[in-house]
Design a protein around this ligand. Structure first.
Ligand SMILES: Cc1cc2nc3c(=O)[nH]c(=O)nc-3n(C[C@H](O)[C@H](O)[C@H](O)COP(=O)(O)OP(=O)(O)OC[C@H]3O[C@@H](n4cnc5c(N)ncnc54)[C@H](O)[C@@H]3O)c2cc1C
Ligand code: FES
Ligand code: FES
Length: 476
């Protein structure tokens, strides 16, 4: 049974398929929820517009952590053990929540379709500890509005950024925490169409018995199979309660990231050791996506335009795979075999990702049509090591969006090794990229554009290495 708090009310779901989206459940489209809550809107149904945003609260370090989620792609097991807060829960009778009042005062709503989602993003923002609140544009980056021109919404957000948080939810926090603790103690490991293991061993054993079960981490890719491809996924296994896969650790030699750690949780550690990686993560999807999306899901999805694999390739990361009691560790480079094909065997899963803590000169360049909340057209992660004489002794050039898998440019790397990082070397290395890659043309860019972009990004790396600023050509 899936158990959660709908605001303060316990809900137990028994006979509803687990591949139902939270949005369908809330709005009553699924016929399982007679109390339709239609404040949460459906816009794109693909995680892009934020109209369907709600907040999920869960205990973290003795307090409640409030995170925005896109309900259109979130599947029901993601609610288990959490508090679901929707826009209907915010006002107390006639009195608006301070976040709602700020939006009214600044005229932040016109047609109103995006407004519930924006209110919920601002509500989560308001609940961040005041010294840790993100930039307002980042907090709103996953919410699109076609009417207001954004300025009134940003003005409302700036006012909220200055407010202390003393709302009814904060006052209720201890009671809610206790209720959620009780829920966790009563947790079931099964519901209709989903297994919810609480240990890595349970997960491994279950997958041996049910090799066709689909792993559900953040669901930001898997949910799209339900909403965009209209697939039914009758056998899910969720990683949400597998504590070992949610561990993050750092030794003298490496960072070890459990496959179910979310982007939000990884960011502080990465910004300490690999700031270029964490800067790129700030452009991976939106806040709603980063709150739940995982590295394991990004790698497991094996998309040629996944953002983290090229970076991990440039850092010589390896991945630990588990099948039953067998554990094997492979360089990430050996993981991808072809378009959406990997070395994962039946019943095998990604347990953790290991990044060595060696000296590096990593730079990550993401090109996309929109700066935020957009998939890469080309992503280049470049990491060169030079000796005292300025010769390149080690080269990693990894590219996304250039082949059917995230791929190292090995001919380019060979052309770089032993050479000085000068114009002549650059030209030869760029030529190697041109002969090594035949990217496809699609809605994002033509093949020629991608090739030119990859070569330009290598040039940009060379310029930055020598302390020069790359020449940015702005479009009129
Ligand atoms: C609006 C939107 C914007 C996005 N923007 C970006 C972007 O900018 N850059 C980018 O790279 N991606 C982007 N994505 C894609 C997605 O968010 C990422 O790929 C994310 O990392 C997937 O992680 P998840 O935990 O949600 O995976 P899930 O959806 O839960 O899983 C994805 C796939 O991996 C499998 N899987 C999950 N965990 C494991 C595991 N431990 N072992 C083996 N297989 C596993 C699942 O079965 C599934 O097939 C975006 C998606 C959306 C909806
Ligand atoms: S409806 Fe657009 S993000 Fe969910
Ligand atoms: S007010 Fe109309 S979409 Fe935002």
């Amino acid at each position: 049974m899936i158990r959660f708090l709908l605001n303060e009310t316990l809900v137990e779901l028994e006979d509803i398929p687990s591949d139902t989206t939270v949005l369908d459940y809330l709005r009553g489209n699924s016929a399982y929820n007679p109390d339709r809550k239609t404040g949460t809107k459906e816009g794109c149904c693909s995680g892009d517009c934020g109209a369907c945003t709600v907040v999920l609260a869960e205990p973290e370090n003795d307090r409640l952590n409030y995170q925005t989620v896109n309900t259109c792609i979130a599947l029901l097991p993601s609610l288990n053990g959490k508090q679901l807060i929707t826009v209907e829960d915010l006002a107390a009778g006639e009195k608006l929540h301070p976040v709602q009042q700020a939006m009214v005062d600044h005229h932040g709503s016109q047609c109103g379709f995006c407004t519930p989602g924006i209110i919920m993003s601002l509500f989560a923002f308001h609940h961040e500890p005041s010294d840790q609140r993100p930039d307002v544009l980042e907090a709103l980056g996953g919410n699109l509005c076609r009417c207001t021109g954004y300025q009134p919404i940003v003005d409302a957000a700036r006012e909220i950024a200055e407010m202390p948080n003393t709302d009814a939810f904060s006052q209720q926090e201890q009671t809610t925490l206790q209720k959620l603790e009780q829920l966790r103690e009563q947790q079931d490991d099964k519901a209709q169409g989903v297994y919810m293991p609480t240990s890595e061993k349970d997960l491994a054993d279950y997958l041996l018995k049910s090799p066709n079960a689909r792993l559900l981490a953040g669901g930001t890719d898997l949910g799209l199979e339900v909403t965009q491809q209209l697939k039914e996924i009758p056998d899910l296994v969720t990683l949400a309660s597998v504590e070992e896969l949610k561990e993050l650790s750092c030794t003298e030699n490496e960072i070890v990231i459990g496959s179910a750690v979310t982007y939000r949780q990884i960011e502080p550690l990465l910004s300490q050791y690999f700031p270029e990686f964490s800067e790129m993560l700030a452009r991976l999807g939106s806040q709603q996506i980063r709150n739940v999306g995982t590295l394991g899901g990004n790698i497991g999805n094996a998309s040629p335009i996944g953002d983290t694999p090229p970076v991990l390739l440039a850092l010589d990361a390896s991945i630990e795979l588990r099948k039953g009691d067998r554990i094997r560790t492979l360089p990430l480079e050996q993981f991808f075999l072809g378009y959406k094909k990997t070395v994962l065997e039946e019943s095998e899963f990604i347990a953790r990702i290991r990044i060595p803590l060696t000296k590096h000169n990593l730079k990550v360049y993401k090109l996309s049509k929109r700066y935020g909340d957009d998939i890469s057209t080309v992503l280049a992660a470049i990491n060169l090591e030079l000796n005292d004489r300025g010769e390149i002794t080690r080269a990693r050039v990894a590219l996304g969006g250039m082949a059917e898998i995230p791929k190292r440019a090995t001919a380019c790397e060979q052309a770089l090794i032993g050479q000085k990082a000068d114009t002549a070397t650059l030209e030869i290395a760029q030529q190697a990229i041109r002969s090594e890659f035949k990217p496809l043309s699609d809605v994002r860019a033509s093949s020629d554009y991608r090739l030119q972009a990859a070569c330009n990004l290598l040039e940009r790396y060379f310029l930055e290495l020598s302390g020069q600023k790359a020449r940015i050509i702005a479009h009129a």
